[in-house]
Design a protein around this ligand. Structure first.
Ligand SMILES: Nc1ncnc2c1ncn2[C@@H]1O[C@H](COP(=O)(O)OP(=O)(O)OP(=O)(O)O)[C@@H](O)[C@H]1O
Length: 547
């Protein structure tokens, strides 16, 4: 047979036999046989695999645009599979945003001088391992006595639109059998696993723009307790009750039977730094809902992209449109001023929101979105039912009445400059050690009732030969000692602190900023607040004269 494929084969074999003394033809025949066996086996394997995957397996595909994609990869990372698998993808930080912050008791970020070094912390974190592009196998014991294999196939496609390349990844989960039920079970298990892992955290989504604007990957942050937002208790309670009532499952039917769109809008308005954004994030954490933030001033955001973003919102979510007045929304029939800014920023005398003074035109980046475009998106067909829309503004008088009408803005909450109660609350929260849920405050001082001092603890600075450097390092090593104050005394101090500050003059952010720079020194804060107050009031007075 070989003679017919290679003419002259017999002669070559005879010559070689004479030279070498053994039959090379036997070797060649054995090799050809082996090759045939391997070829036929791989063909049979490919055919059988094809038949099995077509007729005896079920699969579900997940796109990387879906949150589930990351949930599954994170879950796979936790499985034994990543220890056994031979082809993995290493990632330093999970795309879900989990655990991106060092824990308070994570000493790996502290260098020998007792200072925090982010670089060191990052280096100390082991990378995570995801299945690489291609196929991997994971065994999952969905039932106590049955562990079954699932095949994860991760693939990527690339496409170029308008000179910008976009990548789309997909994950196919396959199992034996003709039903997708085991995969659905696995997916709901993974969702449950993710939500347990995410307890006490708030999922934040922001827009991202490449050739198009879409929702970026989720960022997960520790939930901000509502109690940390100092606001009139009654107002806070009313707002929470309103949202609770709205979100109640029975309410959806109530809205449907009456033909009212099941949506609710809130306008949080007030001076900068009074807690509007903080309350929005705290509400998202309180109700366990993801919060989707959109900046209308984003230069690449178009009306169709905004429409698309709204259509991708999950049914129960919070949408936060921050500083909506600064986006410079304009009516289509509205002329542009000479400076190019739209003239809607003229004081709106018919505004229903009271108490706001005329505000000069905003000079920030202007939106591509027209007012009618935004209104269409807010209550158009793409708008999700069950959604909560929160708009924040420093200047409600600049907003068009159309945006403020019920159905778009159902509840308005005013945020004022700090009241006495807020001042007390901010002071107390800054220094109370009760808030660190059972964690003993890391303090190098003892409980004290002393008068203000500038006590410092001096740690061993790293050695250096340069005298100037050594002095500087010594200065760096001086750390303020945390004066832990007993609760009773702290309550008295917060009253005293509030006494020294006038009501309605400073924003909570300003007071917080003052206290933060004396983060461990309540006595110092109390001693220095009067001087700070006078300086700030003088500066404010001067500024108001300039403008
Ligand atoms: N009422 C408040 N209670 C507690 N902290 C507050 C409050 N108001 C502001 N802060 C603190 O001040 C900082 C800024 O607050 P935030 O961003 O929520 O204000 P804002 O009203 O949204 O400001 P802007 O209008 O400038 O966006 C945050 O660190 C927040 O913790």
């Amino acid at each position: 047979m070989l003679e017919s494929i290679f003419p002259g084969y017999t002669i070559i074999v005879r010559v070689l036999y004479k030279i070498l003394g053994f039959d090379v033809g036997l070797l060649a025949s054995a090799f050809v046989m082996l090759y045939m066996v391997v070829w036929i086996s791989s063909l049979a394997y490919a055919k059988t695999s094809e038949l099995v995957s077509t007729h005896l397996t079920a699969s579900i595909q997940i796109s990387n645009n879906d949150d589930l994609y990351r949930y599954v990869l994170n879950w796979v990372e936790e499985q034994q599979m990543t220890k056994d698998a031979r082809h993995l993808k290493a990632v330093t930080l999970p795309a879900s945003g989990y655990d991106q912050e060092p824990d308070s008791d994570d000493d790996s970020a502290i260098d020998e001088s007792g200072n925090f070094t982010y670089d060191q912390w990052q280096r100390s974190k082991p990378p995570m391992f995801w299945p690489n592009f291609g196929t991997s196998l994971v065994w999952w014991a969905g039932h106590p006595c049955l562990s079954r294999p699932f095949r994860f196939t991760r693939s990527r496609t690339e496409r170029t639109i308008k000179d910008e390349m976009s990548r789309e990844e997909t994950l196919d989960i396959t199992c034996f059998g003709r039903s997708t039920e085991p995969i659905k079970e696995l997916l709901s298990f993974i969702q449950e696993w993710t939500s347990q892992k995410g307890q006490g955290r708030t999922v934040i989504r922001r827009t991202q723009t490449t050739y198009d604007t879409y929702w970026g990957p989720p960022i997960v942050r520790p939930t901000r307790p509502l109690s940390t937002v100092a606001l009139d208790q009654q107002r806070k309670a009313d707002l929470i009750k309103d949202i609770m009532e709205y979100l109640h499952p029975k309410n959806a039917r109530w809205y449907a039977t009456r033909g009212v769109p099941y949506r609710r809008g809130y306008l949080l308005h007030g001076s900068p730094g009074t807690g509007k954004s903080s309350l929005s994030f705290a509400l998202a954490g309180f109700f366990g809902m993801p919060i989707y933030c959109i900046s209308l001033a984003e230069p690449k955001l178009t009306e169709s992209a905004l429409d698309n973003l709204f259509s991708k919102l999950p049914t129960r979510s919070i949408v936060l449109l921050e500083d909506i007045d600064a986006a410079g929304l304009k009516r289509e029939d509205e002329p542009m001023s000479e400076s190019g800014l739209n003239t809607m920023s003229e004081p709106n005398t018919t505004s229903k929101v009271t108490g706001a003074s005329p505000i000069p035109a905003a000079s920030g980046p202007k939106s591509n979105i027209s007012l009618s475009g935004l209104l269409n998106v807010i209550d158009g067909v793409a708008a999700q039912e069950g959604r909560i829309l929160i708009m924040t503004t420093n200047c409600p008088s600049k907003l068009d009445d159309a945006l403020l009408r019920p159905g778009r803005t159902d509840v308005k909450v005013e945020f004022t400059l700090a009241t006495k109660e807020q001042i007390r609350s901010i002071f107390y929260r800054m220094y109370s050690t009760k808030l660190e849920k059972g964690q003993p405050a890391k303090t190098s001082g003892t409980t004290t009732k002393q008068t203000p001092t500038k006590t410092k603890s001096v740690q061993n600075p790293p050695s250096t030969t340069n005298r100037e450097d050594a002095d500087f390092l010594k200065l760096l090593a001086e750390k303020p000692v945390l004066h832990t104050v007993e609760d009773e005394q702290l309550n008295a101090m917060k009253d005293e602190f509030a006494e020294r500050l006038p009501e309605g003059k400073f924003s909570p952010a300003e007071i917080q900023g003052f206290l933060l720079s004396r983060q461990k020194e309540p006595f110092r804060a109390l001693a220095e607040v009067a001087a700070w107050r006078d300086q700030m009031l003088a500066a404010k007075e001067k500024n108001s004269k300039i403008f």
